[in-house]
Design a protein around this ligand. Structure first.
Ligand code: FAD
Ligand code: FES
Ligand code: FES
Length: 468
């Protein structure tokens, strides 16, 4: 059985654990406010809030229910738009009315749920963060300005929110129904999520943001083995001179980690280029690596960090470099029973430089045409050690071994960068596809390689000097 709370109702179900929360709420609970737009995580019409008991608080984040397995919501509180409704419109719903934020109305429940997440969060909400909260929601009618005005209106009202008791404050001020006050105690009585009774012979699933897009029909009726809430695969910690990240950490976990901010200050900005808020709340590092997409953004970043992964299976645990996981298109040095439990990389020093670049058709909520990351260890003006990755230019996420080796021992100069590009061109093999021709991808990678050096050494290069 899978036990959780849906709005104000206790749920205990033995339906297939691979069924999505979207199908469960619509077809088994007749809650039709949660809409089906794309079933691929793109439109946000199916957004729900997922509350997790953490210490003495319930923390809520948004997720797309079309990609969320029932197996992953054991011990959680799921909130659909019906769970927010009261006799009167809530201030979020009223802001949408006042600002004319709804026309056909199809997207409206998703927007309302995403904005309501701002009320429940224990973080301070300002105008930019309220607008960011709806970055995973698409509207075909309004042109967004009216919805953004509604979000800003909500942010202004939330300025007075009590950050020590966001839920109590939101109930008192009519943002959410009173039953939310009792959810913490009710969740304490439900079996914790990391002990969920999922079968271990189903397909391994984490956030589901790749699996459901690729295999929705087969997953829907099957048991799955969810590692999404497995405590052993969570957490970001420093051990000796290494940073260790649990395989089930999400992109949002990386963005919210003070440790990661300290080690790699630019990472948060790089991660903003990855998908949208609800997808970052779900998509995990292990899912990104094992999916083996040649354009996975986290994969490119962690290959360049010269990371190693730990795999655990029936034969025990072993460790290998992330770059060596990839043997051919979607072929891995990994047996089906092995779980990727963690990834680790050496803690950057003051001589480390790290950078990531990505080109996609849209800046946000789009996968890359080409991406690349670089880690340099400097000794004064000389590159002591270098690791460069590139996506979209080979059948696998590519570690540019020759380029990396070439850069080691070279001074930072225009000559070094241009010579490295020649080496790089010989070790990539892009193909023409929907994301561009092979020549275009070569050109993109060259430009992004220039960008690495412009961003990392702004005092050394101007655009014209470097590229000319
Ligand atoms: C709308 C949308 C936008 C996206 N945008 C981007 C983007 O900008 N950049 C990007 O890189 N990706 C993007 N993605 C892809 C996806 O979100 C990421 O690849 C994500 O990191 C996948 O993680 P997951 O936990 O959801 O994987 P899942 O779908 O749960 O799993 C993917 C694969 O990994 C396996 N797996 C998962 N965890 C483990 C584990 N611990 N051990 C062993 N195997 C495991 C699964 O069996 C499966 O084969 C996007 C996806 C969507 C839907
Ligand atoms: S239906 Fe479009 S994101 Fe879920
Ligand atoms: S109001 Fe029609 S899709 Fe947004």
């Amino acid at each position: 059985m899978i036990d959780f709370i849906l709005n104000n109702q206790d749920i205990s179900t033995d339906l297939p654990s691979g069924m999505t929360v979207l199908d469960f709420v619509r077809y088994h609970k007749n809650l039709k406010g949660t809409k089906i737009g794309c079933r691929e995580g793109d439109c946000g019409a199916c957004t729900v809030l997922v509350g997790t008991l953490k210490g003495d608080r319930v923390e809520y984040i948004s997720m797309t229910s079309c990609l969320l397995a029932l197996a992953s919501v054991q011990g959680k509180h799921i909130v659909t738009v019906e769970g927010l409704n009261m006799e009167k419109l809530t201030p979020v719903q009223q802001a949408m009315v006042d600002e004319s934020g709804t026309q056909c109305g199809f997207c409206t429940p998703g927007f309302v749920v995403s904005m309501s997440g701002c009320c429940l969060s224990n973080e301070k909400v300002d105008r930019p963060s309220a607008v960011k909260a709806i970055d995973g929601n698409i509207c075909r009618c309004t042109g967004y300005r009216s919805i953004e005005r509604a979000a800003i209106h909500v942010a202004d009202q939330l300025a007075a929110k009590d950050l020590k008791d966001a839920i109590g404050w939101s109930v008192k001020n009519g943002f959410i129904p009173a039953y939310f006050n009792g959810i913490k105690a009710r969740l304490q009585a439900v079996q914790p999520s990391n002990h969920q009774p999922t079968t271990s012979n189903g397909v391994t699933i984490a956030g589901g943001t790749d699996l459901y897009v690729q295999k929705h029909d087969t997953m829907h009726h099957s048991p799955v083995h969810s590692v999404f809430n497995d405590e052993e695969l969570k957490g970001i910690r420093i051990e000796g001179d290494h940073c260790i990240i649990g395989g089930a950490c999400t992109a949002a976990d990386l963005m919210g980690s003070a440790e990661m901010e300290r080690l790699l200050p630019a990472l948060k900005a790089h991660l903003l280029l990855v998908s949208s808020t609800p997808i970052r709340n779900m998509g995990t590092v292990a899912g990104n690596f094992v999916n083996a997409s040649p354009i996975g953004d986290l994969t490119a970043m962690f290959i360049a960090l010269d990371s190693a992964i730990t795999l655990k299976g029936a034969a025990g645990a072993r460790s290998l470099k992330l770059k060596d996981l990839y043997k051919g298109y979607k072929q891995l040095d990994k047996s089906p029973d092995e779980i990727l439990t963690s990834v680790r990389f050496s803690v950057p020093s003051k001589n480390t430089r790290f950078h990531f670049e990505k080109v996609s058709k849209r800046t946000y909520l789009d996968i890359a045409s080409v991406n690349t990351a670089i880690r340099l260890e400097m000794n004064g003006d000389t590159i002591r050690e270098s690791h460069v990755s590139a996506g979209g230019v080979a059948p696998i996420p590519k570690y540019l071994a020759n380029t990396s080796a070439f850069l080691a021992g070279k001074p930072i100069s225009r000559e070094t960068v241009h010579s490295a590009i020649k080496v790089m061109n010989d070790e990539i093999a892009p193909i023409s596809d929907v994301r561009g021709t092979a020549d275009y991808k070569r050109l993109l990678l060259r430009q992004l390689f220039f960008a690495h050096f412009m961003e990392l050494f702004p005092e050394r290069f101007t655009l014209t000097e470097l590229v000319a």
